[in-house]
Design a protein around this ligand. Structure first.
Ligand code: HGY
Ligand code: MN
Ligand code: MN
Length: 409
């Protein structure tokens, strides 16, 4: 335990502010959708920071950005990471904190003239959010071999843009094979994005794992009809079924313990006020810490939608957009995060993550630990997302402690 090393708080905060300027929105948040021009600008900023630290910068074929600090010995690296892409209504800290704090840890070691025994690296994974291209955690999923590079490159966004073409357009289709850097350990610092730590007035969340995620896309086919002349009994209204699926999913959250559900995307075609829609595409985001309960809810929703479509004379196709099981973290890593928080005199509790993270993918590859700091008001995926400077610095110091210990072990 390096009781005396501390990160440079003002530098961490100024770099977070600088990255938040890229894709800044009028509401005070950030919009850097994966592989957009704003994402490219954020990537360029990150690469420049990595180069200024004299890290060995590598880009892999899915656009993951890796900055490597060589160790005294060759071998698997201690990797610190997260993502810099955001949702459309993103905040300043979701993902950015883990990447910028990782950089700060390496800068602190460099300044202290410390060469770690094992290599260390900072990684920014491509398209963690899954807001534009699905699934979420796409870059880490390809890194971990859970999704083929070809399938990932072929993903399309809602406007039909192809992921591989966008990656090439922004100049981040790199030469490295995803997963090229073996990991000795992975740590991710992230905002909680929920209300627990703030409500319990705690400084650090010791993350025990991530709940299960299932994302479904429904394509409902109806018949375009005049909104003013078609009697209700003659309509095959795809929009009505989308609404009923949304209501049914919410009813499931009352029936299935701990189930969370929301319909985040709805597109109606032709989208004219006076036309009963011909086609509706909509999505459901289902979450639960228990796989069996998640499956129960999904099956009930699939069954309801199929039966309702048949009765209404509508066509229905359901497509998986993302499917990640509940993922527990390594108990030893949980202990290390808890111990580091205690050694720094920080209050903490164990907590499961409601949000998905690249850490849940890395947990299949190596011992993985996650550190949370409080989100004010529990807000995230919202421009008003906020964490205090003191908590940002405290979280980065916990990251420094656990990363340094792992890199010197
Ligand atoms: O959807 C999630 O939980 C994460 O923000 N990608
Ligand atoms: Mn995130
Ligand atoms: Mn997010």
């Amino acid at each position: 335990m390096t009781s005396n090393l501390r990160i440079d708080g003002p530098r961490l905060l100024s770099r977070l502010a600088a990255l938040a300027e890229i894709g800044a929105t009028p509401e005070g948040g950030c919009r850097r959708l994966a592989l957009s021009d704003e994402d490219r600008a954020g990537r360029d900023w990150l690469v420049a920071r990595m180069r200024s630290l004299d890290l060995d910068v590598r880009i892999d074929a899915i656009g993951n950005i890796v900055g490597i600090l060589p160790g005294a010995e060759p071998g698997p690296a201690v990797i610190l990471g997260s993502h810099i892409d955001t949702v459309a209504t993103g905040g300043r800290y979701d993902g950015a904190l883990g990447v910028v704090a990782g950089l700060e840890v390496l800068a602190t070691l460099r300044e202290a003239g410390i060469t770690p025994r094992h290599p260390m690296a900072v990684i920014a994974f491509t398209n963690e959010e899954g807001a534009r291209f699905q699934p979420d955690m796409l870059g880490s999923f390809v890194w971990g071999g859970g999704l083929s590079l070809a399938e990932a490159l072929g993903q399309r966004d809602a406007d039909g843009a192809v992921l591989g073409a966008e990656l090439g357009r922004i100049g981040y289709a790199g030469p490295e094979v995803p997963g090229f850097l073996a990991a000795r350990a992975y740590f991710e610092l992230h905002i909680e994005q929920g209300p627990v730590l703030e409500q319990e007035a705690l400084q650090i969340g010791v993350v025990t794992g991530v709940q299960g995620i299932t994302w479904l896309e429904f394509t409902i086919g109806g018949e375009p009809r005049h909104g003013g002349t078609t009697p209700m009994k003659y309509r095959r209204d795809a929009g009505l079924l989308a609404a009923r699926i949304n209501v049914f999913a919410h009813e499931q959250t009352q029936a299935v313990p701990d189930l969370l559900a929301n319909m985040g995307f709805v597109r109606m075609l032709p989208g004219n006020v006076n036309v009963v829609p011909e086609q509706v595409v909509c999505t459901l985001d289902l979450r639960n810490p228990d796989q069996a309960l998640l499956d129960t809810a999904e099956q009930a929703i699939r069954h309801f939608a199929a039966r309702a479509a048949e009765k209404a004379g509508l066509t229905l196709a359901i497509r998986d957009l993302a499917r990640f099981p509940p993922t527990p973290f390594d108990p030893a890593m949980i202990g290390k995060v808890e111990q580091a928080a205690g050694a720094l005199g920080l209050t903490c509790r164990r907590i499961i993550s409601g949000a998905g993270h690249d850490a849940q993918i890395m947990a299949a590859l190596c011992p993985t630990g996650m550190i949370f700091i409080p989100s004010i008001g529990g807000l995230s995926h919202n421009p008003r997302e906020f964490s205090t400077d003191a908590d940002l610095v405290a979280g980065a110091n916990v990251l420094l402690q656990v990363a340094y210990d792992a890199a010197m072990a």
